[in-house]
Design a protein around this ligand. Structure first.
Ligand code: AMP
Length: 404
């Protein structure tokens, strides 16, 4: 079965068409600047050339139409008709407490996603637009919602409650939800597979280090704690997000800058993190490493602060799980930035792990970095959220078919 995986942002839409049998990507692409002048679609058929075209896309309906037109195009297309799409998997950022696994989308699910939209006002409405547009253009094709938060629903209360008056949790559902769940789930499973062990027998710490970043403690197959919170702003230092800060800084800055809480939060989300800490050099680790090598002290401090924060959480999660068996690095920085993995590993040697300098040069591949016999295995497992969404979509659709 061909599964179309859709990841809708407010003005963008990423897609992959995956053959669920071979698990190969048949085509992938990205629509950008949806709703603006100069909207474009970049489409790459497997084995073919990546090509960008300007296409008017006033809304997400038009974007989905453009995706379908590319997929069925006589020259760059990979299918002849829409009937060759067996199901659609949608990435949904926030499932609140309602969803602890992927679900087949119906009216009730749409209402439930709408209900938790105030928890992710930038993401869930865009995700819903994507669902509705696909339903309109592909009536009768099963649609599955896969939630970023679902994997973390196994966290115990002591990990997910904030030390605020309890009524705020009861009345407003203010709690830690965690994100990147599809990635943490996929990567921890794959790490166990590579090691020839059952995930249920391992204590795994997954470091998803991309532009957004989070660490999760996967204790015998279950997420028991994670660094992101009510929103993806908490935890690690990220590309442009500040991660953990003293909440009193918000009001302090409002007074100093004479601005609103929203404006300070905008600074925390878009102008902070590595970009802010480096004095504005970049949020990209390649630029920061280059600047640090050329002697820029701010870039060097930002890189070291980043490593310290990750190391601190690895230590905390090892304490929570009474030790650790595996530390896994994934996502853009985790998969590619050997020197950053080295910096982080300097904080984890006390656990009994090491990093082989030769193997640490490898980029974007599954590799075990530690020495045989190390107490804790350190490894790299490239994430593949689209494949994980396609797998979960297939499982739900097959379960439904078997039930009929
Ligand atoms: P992601 O959000 O997972 O796509 O990660 C994107 C980030 O990964 C970029 O902003 C870079 O900071 C980082 N990244 C990607 N490739 C490399 C590389 N070769 N070396 C260092 N960092 C990289």
């Amino acid at each position: 079965m061909n599964i179309l995986v859709i990841n809708c942002g407010s003005s963008s839409l990423k897609y992959q068409l995956i053959d669920s049998h071979s698990e190969k990507v048949i085509a992938k692409g990205l629509c950008e600047r949806i709703g603006s002048e100069g909207a474009c679609i970049t489409h790459t058929p497997a084995g073919g050339e990546k090509k960008t075209d300007t296409v008017p896309m006033p809304d997400h309906n038009a974007a989905i139409q453009a995706v379908i037109a590319k997929l069925t195009d006589s020259s760059v297309g990979v299918i002849t008709s829409l009937s060759q799409i067996g199901a659609v998997g949608h990435r949904i950022v926030h499932g609140g407490e309602k969803f602890n696994k992927a679900v087949l989308i119906d009216d009730e699910v749409i209402s439930a996603i709408e209900e938790v939209s105030d928890l992710a006002p930038l993401h869930n409405p865009a995700n819903l637009i994507g669902i509705r547009a696909c339903m309109k253009l592909m009536p009768g094709v099963p649609m599955v919602a896969v939630f970023d938060t679902a994997f973390h629903q196994t966290m115990p209360k002591e990990a997910y409650l904030y030390a605020l008056p309890l009524s705020y949790y009861r009345d407003y559902k203010i709690r830690r939800y965690g994100f990147h769940g599809t990635s943490h789930d996929y990567v921890s499973r794959r790490a166990a597979e590579i090691l020839g062990k059952k995930r249920e027998d391992l204590r795994i710490i997954v470091c998803h280090l991309g532009n957004g970043a989070s660490v999760t403690a996967v204790d015998h197959g279950r997420s028991i704690d994670t660094t992101m919170g009510l929103t993806p702003l908490e935890g690690l230092i990220m590309g442009t997000r500040c991660g953990d800060i003293d909440p009193a800084i918000i009001t302090f800055l409002m007074n100093k800058l004479h601005c609103s809480a929203e404006e300070v939060l905008n600074i925390c989300n878009k102008k902070s993190g590595m970009l802010g800490l480096s004095g504005g050099i970049s949020n990209d680790f390649r630029d920061l490493s280059k600047a640090a090598e050329q002697g820029n002290e701010d870039a060097e401090t930002a890189l070291q602060a980043y490593a310290l924060r990750v190391g601190k959480y690895i230590g905390a999660y090892a304490a929570e799980m009474d030790g650790a068996d595996v530390i896994v690095f994934t996502a853009g920085v985790g998969e590619n930035d050997g020197p950053m993995r080295r910096r982080i590993s300097n904080y984890t040697e006390f656990l009994g792990t090491s990093v082989d300098p030769e193997k640490n040069r490898i980029r974007g591949e599954e590799v075990i970095l530690s020495a045989p016999g190390d107490k804790v295995v350190t490894m790299v497992v490239p994430t593949n959220e689209e494949l994980a969404i396609a797998r979960q979509t297939l499982e739900i659709v097959e379960t439904k078919q078997n039930a009929v």
